[in-house]
Write a protein that binds this ligand. Sequence first.
Ligand code: ADP
Ligand code: ASP
Ligand code: MG
Length: 422
Amino acid sequence: MALIVHKYGGTSMGSTERIRNVAKRVAKWHRAGHQMVVVPSAMSGETNRLLALAKEVSPPKTTDALQRELDMLAATGEQASSALLAIALQAEGIEAISYAGWQVPIRTNSAYTKARIESIDDVKVRSDLAAGRVVIITGFQGVDEQGHITTLGRGGSDTSAVAVAAAMKAAECLIYTDVDGVYTTDPRVVPEARRLQTVSFEEMLEMASLGSKVLQIRSVEFAGKYRVPLRVLSSFTPWDIPIAQEAKSGTLITYEEDVQMEQAVVSGIAFNRDEAKISILSVPDKPGIAYNILGAVADANIEVDMIIQNISKDGKTDFSFTVHRNDYTRTVDLLKSKVMAALGTDHLEGDTKICKVSIVGIGMRSHVGIASKMFRALSEEGINIQMISTSEIKTSVVIDEKYMELAVRALHRAFDLDQPSA
Ligand code: ADP
Ligand code: ASP
Ligand code: MG
């Protein structure tokens, strides 16, 4: 008998039939004697639908007042799915109660639409569990100090579940989704992608931060900080498979630093289309230039990812960097109005049609030549690399967005990820 947290994503909660199925699965675990806390997402498409309604009634702008209302609105998706799951569990003859984030409460800061969890009060949840109830806690949301509802950013139910598991010292947090684990890359893009039986926490963190949307990055951060036993698995197996079998399925996130179970140098390939590139050409090559450009960008709270400064010719250089696509227009406006004139250039080029493709693997620490193998595979496909960045366990390149799938498939092959591991 253990305290277990289950999280069900949008597709898993996507219809009343699927919710009934989730209820049957949770009931099975409960009847086996486990204390169950369940964190559902909104039914698939619901968060998008709600946010689209907001767009219909208001032009996009980023006032705090608007962000607050967006959270008030989006949070209703999880409130509905949680109540439906409680009702479905009651229909199974199980005592179940659902709580919105503010009722638990899950306390967050006030950064609407991307709030961070600060603390979770588990008193109420524990007393329900002690009384034999299944407790359902809405994913994706919390409450700030003033009592305003907040949300945790898209995909945030993963983070709610891991945070609840950490706060309650759960024996395990199981993330049920529409794939049966973490794959070498997104199986929607590369059908030959393979499921990893285990993936190290560090690799998962890189993959999530580089675009693999299977887990929200903050959920992985939380899991690492509190060493939450975490597994990603399918909600589409028959609900009545034996628990012993179910509990071993999917992908386990491991924390042993030196054990590299799968023995591959590169474990996975991540990609995203979330960034845009900005280049300022012909800037004088003198001390303070990077600071003048990026200082202004940082002051506007815009995050910069990759940066390149070319060697100078005739005392002039080109300076390129990437920002999130959502920040692209704001960054260009800022540079044009506040920075360019002082730099003595009016030559700015922007490109929103780029993507970032990354190879990730803790084996890269102890092997040389991995990046060059990546560059060779891309050159063999005639793909031009615009920017490169590396860290101990990853290499990322920026390329033209139209080659993204080609690049991911070529790299998947080049690093033998299609092959079953030895
Ligand atoms: P949920 O609604 O359950 O949270 P998500 O859509 O957020 O599900 O995440 C699951 C999806 O993540 C999969 O359907 C898959 O297309 C995508 N994905 C991206 N990269 C990977 C990967 N490396 N392994 C598995 N799935 C991945
Ligand atoms: N419903 C939210 C979203 O669509 C949170 C989640 O599903 O994890 O982003
Ligand atoms: Mg998700």
